[in-house]
Design a binder for this molecule. Structure first.
Ligand SMILES: Nc1ncnc2c1ncn2[C@@H]1O[C@H](COP(=O)(O)OP(=O)(O)O)[C@@H](O)[C@H]1O
Ligand SMILES: [Mg+2]
Length: 367
């Protein structure tokens, strides 16, 4: 079944001076999708969003919204709703006037304006504050109003640039839940810019991972987490234990790796071909390792003996640092596993599956 494409970026490039900030960005966004741009500060997220918003023009490439070429079309002709990191409400206007602003510009009649403003204020769960001024609201409330203001015109596309970054942790989580609910309820096509991987995983249908202006991967949260296209993607999303080593042998869909700590590991050979003798980085995530106080002698898994260095109880899980040769390996133990509390200095046995090992070729001999 073919879906409607709302937004299309075709080979979009942007330079500032000789600095390539967005490098041949290609993307199609379906109607109703929520797509995140995720990457470290300075990777080109805001610049890309600004080109979609019409604040910047691409040097190369085409931007298409609802089937129409948008290069050179002014921002106010693009039918967008926007929310930024800093509260961009007009301080001298009431909440009602702030939210109604876009409708006023479009010369929507008064009665209809009032109805639509009240409806979006209810959507963001702030129906009773339309007479107040922005300074009388908390940070979280102000961002809700900013979202209401962006939605009131029923835009084709909602653009959000780090809208939660200025809020404290608890509020950020609350508003994140709220945004997910809203996005699903209204079904507005959304682009969400963030440097926070958890936010991106939580909110998006698909994530675009960016590094230095280049698209590293486009995929569902599951794909990005479980099938990372590069070492950068793997390490940017979630925690992972890194070791270095060399590929010894390939056989039966498995690779045998010799780590620099002296012990061997098995990894699955995925789609990429890595030749024997290749220097590699080897990763395993903390939640993929099981910890045992006795050597179970399990066959066909990776095993390592280690010493507990540090444990941190975090409620739902415990994080345990285990010294294995020259490596400190972090293991995440779910509280439901109900292990006896571990003691520093205790000997433990770690196990993890070959399929949970990520292997990336490593250039040079830097460590
Ligand atoms: N107006 C500008 N002039 C020159 N360089 C800029 C300008 N805006 C952004 N940059 C540079 O472009 C890169 C990407 O910036 P930006 O898109 O804001 O990154 P992000 O939003 O991912 O943090 C950065 O190196 C930044 O310094
Ligand atoms: Mg930015």
């Amino acid at each position: 079944m073919s879906k409607n494409i709302d937004v299309e970026l075709k080979n979009i490039q942007k330079k500032f001076g000789s600095n390539v900030v967005v490098d041949h960005f290609n993307l199609q966004i379906e109607q109703g999708e929520c797509v995140s741009f995720l990457g470290p500060s300075g990777c080109g997220k805001t610049t890309t969003l600004n080109m979609i918003a019409g604040f910047l023009d691409p040097d190369e490439g085409e931007l298409i919204i609802k089937g129409k070429r948008m290069n050179g079309v002014p921002s106010n002709k693009r039918d967008l709703g926007m929310v930024f990191q800093t509260y961009s409400l007009f301080p001298h206007m009431t909440i009602f006037e702030n939210v109604a602003y876009g409708l006023k510009l479009r010369k929507v009649p008064k009665a209809e304006t009032a109805a639509r403003v009240n409806k979006v204020l209810e959507l963001v769960k702030l129906p009773h504050i339309s007479d107040r001024y922005p300074r009388q609201l908390s940070g979280g409330q102000r961002q809700r109003i900013a979202i209401a203001r962006a939605l009131v015109t029923e835009p084709t596309l909602l653009l959000l640039d780090e809208p939660l970054s200025n809020l404290d942790a608890k509020l950020r989580e609350e508003l994140r839940d709220e945004m997910k609910r809203l996005q699903q309820e209204i079904g507005v096509t959304t682009i969400f810019v963030t440097h926070d991987q958890e936010e991106a995983l939580y909110l998006s249908n698909r994530i675009v991972v960016l590094d230095h202006g280049k698209v590293e991967q486009i995929g569902t949260p599951w794909d990005i987490y479980n099938r990372p296209a590069s070492e950068f993607v793997h390490t940017f999303i979630g925690k992972s234990n890194r070791m270095t080593g060399v590929v010894e042998q390939l056989y039966d869909g498995r690779m045998l790796l010799r780590t620099d700590a002296g012990f061997n590991l098995f990894g699955d050979i995925r789609d990429k071909q890595i030749a024997p003798r290749t220097n590699v980085s080897v990763y395993v995530r903390p939640e993929k390792i099981t910890l045992h106080t006795e050597d179970r002698g399990t066959q066909d898994v990776n095993r390592a003996k280690g010493t507990v260095k540090l444990t941190s109880f975090l409620g739902a899980h415990t994080e345990c640092e285990v010294e294995v040769g020259r490596y400190t390996v972090t293991v995440r133990i779910q509280s439901a596993a109900q292990l006896e509390p571990l003691q520093a200095g205790q000997t433990v046995y770690l196990e993890w599956k070959a399929e949970d090992v990520f292997v990336f070729p490593r250039e040079g001999q830097d460590e």
